[in-house]
Ligand binder design. Structure first.
Ligand SMILES: *[C@@H]1O[C@H](CO)[C@@H](O)[C@H](O)[C@H]1NC(C)=O
Length: 688
């Protein structure tokens, strides 16, 4: 699966910029202009300053989790690097946005872009599908960098599990690398991301931060990435090899004891012995300066202040993403939305804020109380609120459920970073059941109340089979990871103020084996190849419990009138290499439209999805791959047209021999529908 792919880099500075002689000119006007400024500035730096710009000042020194040296002569500040996949880490008053997997669950590009912009003003695993991850990353980067903050695509690359991530090697074949794992990074580069972070793991036995194959070859040559590669914290293992294979900045500059400095004076030594060339050092600095100029941080960027309160109205976006990422999985007897019920029972230890305090666990390293920050509804007229310790929950929960009109029972499943162990889970989850004996809790509540609705807060798929065996379970609300607006978002949907409109960004299977890929001990050879998540379920004809792209609504939608128009030609992409790869890969070569009608009684929003099946002349390819989606807001009775623009890359496969993206000749099949299995319209186009 894709881990979270974006973080935030904040910088502070003043102004400089004159004409200069560009030495390396990216095939993009705005980047070329940034390179020109960078070259002028570079000419005014001495070697010591250059080394300072590429080396972190050391762990624990400076305002941010990472800080570089500065260059006052060109008004270049100490760059401040801070974690920020869902908000700015260690800052005092920032918005806790809904995590990126929740953003993916909304499939709403406007909300995702706005989320990025707001995160940028305050300072990215989206899911297992590269297309959805790529589009969501693109919108996020444009949002963040539009606010003048440098975004960072991470973790580059194949950092797909937490276990052993600092020792294991990820060995993936070239085609899978391109079609799944590199794909969203190409979108990040296309969106002009300022930097990328090399990961902790090895790739084909070589550390990511000293891999010629992934940094110089794939990222800088093939994707024409004009920005810089920064190491994950202490992911660097060598001085010269890291420099010569394409790493441009080391963070935090020392290990956590302040020792093991690999650049700084060591880089100076390597330069002196000609193990690293002066030209390579200049290239590193040029990339770093160009990213700074590109994002406009040379003019009017404020000093870094982690205590500033700049949240503004951002909580509205946090609430909208949390709300529109909620996926309604089951709603028997149309129990939802709630119709003025007299008595509601709310059960589960995750229904309350951590009793030890809202931020009691450093880095949220515990699983107590509500999974996301602040279960703070205040808007539900509760009859019961059970907040006993988990072992008491079953009995007390059943008691509370008895006699209520509806019982809501909450279960959770958590995961995190390997440096903290929570309830025996060392980062990745040990199993796909709800935590805290959630299955037993649901069973006891459902036995006591025939109108039980299960609310799931989870970092990813869990097995729902045990829960579904209870006849009292009439509904399942997949509330994901909601961020700070948790309770508000849920109440919006439960009471019908918002018609649920999220769709699953992954498949929920019936058994753990159904996914066909798992956390591994030791190295990971990615034997499943292209067949992850729904690609695997479709190929093996395994019936999922709830498929990728699935989500119910309080209304109904009808699909009609598909049109398909294509100008695609077969053969390799041949365009100029611009940021993101060959230019023609991003050109629209086919357009599909379909009419979607809200045929029910309630206003809503439908995410129409387009899947492509390749002709037989292509090498074996997954039966269907997501290659377009559009969310349409539709009042009751209204119709609108969904338009899908299919790019050349979307109908290409990566040819390992030719080392190019090829459009195969033959008939492509197009399916448009409400999920990866609920395909309502078919069309074809033929490529000569
Ligand atoms: C890793 O090795 C595989 C198998 O030889 C090869 O297909 C792939 O291109 C290699 N990847 C990198 C980044 O070197």
């Amino acid at each position: 699966m894709f881990s979270n792919i974006l973080t935030t880099i904040v910088a502070a500075a003043a102004v400089f910029g004159q004409l200069g002689q560009a030495q390396t000119t990216p095939a993009d006007e705005k980047w070329a202009a940034a390179y020109e400024k960078a070259n002028t500035a570079l000419a005014r730096l001495n070697q010591g300053e250059k080394i300072g710009l590429v080396t972190g000042v050391g762990w624990g020194k400076g305002a941010c989790v990472g800080n570089t040296g500065s260059a006052p002569g060109i008004n270049y500040p100490s760059l401040c690097l801070q974690d920020g996949p869902l908000g700015l880490r260690h800052a005092k008053s920032v918005t806790a946005f809904a995590p990126s997997i929740q953003a993916a669950s909304t499939w709403d590009v406007e909300l995702i872009r706005q989320r990025g912009q707001y995160m940028g003003e305050e300072a990215r695993a989206f899911g297992p599908d590269p297309y959805l991850t790529g589009i969501a990353s693109m919108e996020t980067i444009e949002g963040i960098q539009g606010a003048g903050v440098q975004a960072c695509a991470k973790h580059y690359i194949l950092n797909e599990q937490e276990k052993n991530r600092e020792t294991m090697s990820s060995n993936v074949d070239d085609r899978t690398m391109h079609e799944l794992y590199l794909w969203p990074f190409a979108d990040c580069v296309k969106a002009n991301v300022a930097s990328a972070m090399c990961s902790y793991n090895k790739v084909n036995g070589t550390w990511a931060c000293e891999s010629e194959g992934i940094m110089n070859k794939l990222l800088k040559e093939e994707l024409a990435f004009p920005g810089y590669v920064v190491s994950d914290w202490n992911a660097q293992h060598s001085t010269a090899q890291a420099a010569n294979t394409g790493m441009d900045m080391t963070m935090p500059g020392s290990d956590y004891d302040g020792n093991n400095v690999l650049w700084g004076p060591q880089l100076q030594g390597a330069l002196g012995q000609n193990q690293v060339s002066g030209a390579r050092l200049d290239d590193m600095v040029r990339r770093i300066l160009a990213a700074w100029y590109y994002t406009g941080q040379d003019t009017g960027f404020p000093a870094v202040n982690l205590n500033a309160n700049v949240q503004g109205n951002h909580k509205e976006n946090a609430r909208a993403v949390a709300r529109d990422g909620i996926v309604l999985l089951k709603n028997d007897d149309n129990l939802l939305p709630l119709k003025k019920p007299a008595k509601i029972a709310v059960i589960g230890s995750s229904t309350v804020v951590n009793p030890d305090g809202l931020n009691a666990c450093p880095d949220r390293g515990c699983n107590k109380g509500a999974l996301a920050m602040g279960w703070g509804s205040g808007t539900v007229d509760l009859t019961y609120l059970v907040s006993h310790s988990p072992s008491d929950d079953g009995g007390a929960g059943a008691q509370a459920a008895q006699g209520a009109d509806i019982a809501f029972v909450f279960v959770t499943s958590d995961s995190g970073e390997g440096y903290i162990e929570v309830d025996g889970h060392g980062g990745d989850r040990n199993h796909l059941d709800p935590w805290h004996d959630g299955n037993r809790l649901v069973q006891q509540v459902a036995a006591a109340n025939p109108n039980t609705i299960v609310v799931v807060h989870s970092v990813g798929p869990i097995l729902l089979e045990s829960i579904l065996q209870n006849t009292g379970v009439k509904g399942i609300v997949w509330a994901g990871l909601p961020g700070q607006e948790n309770g508000n978002a849920l109440v919006d949907v439960l009471f019908g103020d918002t018609n649920p409109n999220g769709k699953l960004p992954y498949t929920i299977g019936k058994r753990a084996e159904d996914w066909g890929a798992a956390i591994v001990d030791g190295d990971d050879n990615f034997r499943e190849g292209l067949y992850i998540d729904y690609r695997h379920f479709d190929k093996e004809a395994i019936e999922p419990r709830y498929e990728f792209g699935f989500g119910l609504s309080y209304t109904t939608y009808e699909y009609s009138d598909i049109t398909v128009d294509s100008s695609a030609t077969s053969g390799p992409a041949t365009g100029t290499r611009k940021p993101g790869g060959r230019e023609d890969l991003f050109e629209t070569v086919a357009t599909v439209t379909a009419t979607i009608t809200n045929s029910g009684e309630v206003d809503g929003a439908e995410i129409a999805q387009l899947y492509v099946s390749y002709p037989e002349s292509a090498p074996e390819t997954p039966p269907r791959q997501l290659r377009g989606f559009q969310k349409l807001k539709l009042a009751a009775g209204a119709s609108d047209t969904a338009t899908f623009n299919i790019r050349r890359r979307d109908i290409s496969y990566w040819d390992v021999g030719a080392q190019e993206w090829i459009v195969p000749a033959g008939e492509f099949k197009i399916s448009v529908g409400a999920s990866s299995r609920d395909l309502k319209l078919d069309g074809t186009f033929t490529v000569a």
